[in-house]
Design a protein. Sequence first.
Length: 255
Amino acid sequence: MVELKTDTSIDAMYEAGQVVARALTAVRDAADVGVSLLELDELAHDVLRAAGATSPFLGYRPSFAPTPFPAVVCASVNDAIVHGIPDGYRLRDGDLVSIDFGAELGGWAGDSAISFTVGTPRPADVRLIDTAERALAAGIAAAVVGNRIGDIAHAIGTVCRTAGYGIPQGFGGHGIGRQMHEDPGVPNEGRPARGLALRHGMALAIEPMLIASGKDGYHEAPDGWTLRTNDGSRAAHVEHTVAITEDGPRILTAR
């Protein structure tokens, strides 16, 4: 069931979204050669504590997971697409990093992700991240009253496929509100004018995921969480929580 949020609830979600935005900005600013993923996780945890917020990631255990998630950020490096578990890995020059982070504040959730490079960027990585950001912008632009979920999916998929990138099938965005994951699902590829109609008060986490090689294949790592590309090519993941309003899409996790 899809819950339509009141304007007051959307304002409350914005407050949660801004905790997410602050944490992602802090992590991106701190990420440098030699910094460990665990250090970035602890930094994000500090932002949560300072805001009086909690993590929807820490301890989360969906049906596919063998163990609860042990951190407040997902940190996915190079060929990891999503759901990477932070560990003692220290960032290296040229790494491509995707950080996914959520916060719960006042009974409402926010969820967002960024991708960036560390040290000297590879031109191919810059193009991949730029395309992911353009796909996200296209998806958000389609998130208007009167459109349908398929319009968002089609907008994202068109940008990704036109640029020659792969899309991991079965993973995409979702509804969000009182919980991090709610109905409806928001695919990263689809047919326009299909699916659930978009209405004022819906809140969606829109999140393109791109694979550099143009192939869609991925596999689950032994940790039971991290998804990696089958061919070892790099991946990017970006995301915003967006409210659909009569005045147009409102980005609640804007940085």
